[in-house]
Design a protein around this ligand. Structure first.
Ligand code: DC
Length: 218
């Protein structure tokens, strides 16, 4: 079976930090597919493309060449991913831009290629259901909306953005809705994925819960 750990789940469930730490601990690459879609959205907006320009968005996706650095982090066209991909502006637009089939099929192919090239922790929405149905370990992370919004506020404030809790809570809810109800590759728990509710877990507990399950089911 494929040496890939998939972590799918809603925004703010702790996927990204958990995936990053878990990858470090196990010496795996960190395949942050949300960051790939965010990079595509940033480039699309910079190029003046609208979310309904499906063919142009697909062609833009083809021009983005993702790879792993020596430090096992994602790069785009040989460079680190731009920090702007985490801005509130990109967060509020990414669900629209990542929806078209023309974009998803190109990105999924790249993700699959990266996952086949090295053992990795693949984090996203459709990792277990679409991109890596043959992954060896599958996890699905959830958390209560209020907890997720508080975490996101802290994260953004630390990164120097000034944000409002209510706005973040609303943005998370809207994104969950769009990600779960879109036509292509919606957010969905795979039947054989292990569900982990992180609402009352510390980051250390989230990472060790998954690491222990991975080690006990080699
Ligand atoms: O995990 P994140 O918040 O960085 O993801 C950004 C957006 O990309 C989010 O709206 C869902 C979308 N996404 C997706 O549709 N499929 C993936 N595999 C990963 C992310």
């Amino acid at each position: 079976m494929l040496q890939v750990i998939t972590i799918d789940g809603v925004s703010g469930s702790g996927k990204s930090s958990t995936a990053k730490l878990l990858a470090k601990q196990l010496g795996f690459c960190h395949l942050d597919t949300g960051a790939m879609y965010r990079t595509h959205t940033l480039m699309a907006i910079r190029s003046g493309l609208k979310p309904d320009q499906y063919d142009e968005l697909g062609r833009l996706a083809e021009k983005l060449d993702f790879s792993f650095s020596d430090a096992k982090e994602l790069m785009v066209n040989g460079k680190p991913l731009p920090s702007e991909i985490r801005s509130p502006e990109i967060s509020s637009h990414v669900s629209e831009y990542c929806k078209p089939h023309e974009v998803r099929k190109v990105m999924a192919l790249q993700q699959r290629k990266l996952g086949l090239s090295k053992p990795c922790v693949a984090e996203g929405r459709d990792m277990a259901t679409v991109v890596f149905p043959d992954a060896r370990w599958k996890f699905y992370m959830t958390a209560r909306p209020e907890v997720r919004a508080q975490r996101r506020v802290k994260e953004l404030e630390l990164a120097g953005h000034s944000v409002k809790y209510e706005e973040i809570l609303r943005n998370l809810g809207e994104r969950d809705d769009k990600d779960s109800n879109r036509e292509h590759a919606p957010l969905k728990k795979a039947e054989n994925a292990v569900e982990i509710d992180t609402s009352d877990l510390t980051m250390d507990q989230q990472v060790s819960t998954i690491a222990n399950l991975v080690r006990s089911a080699p």
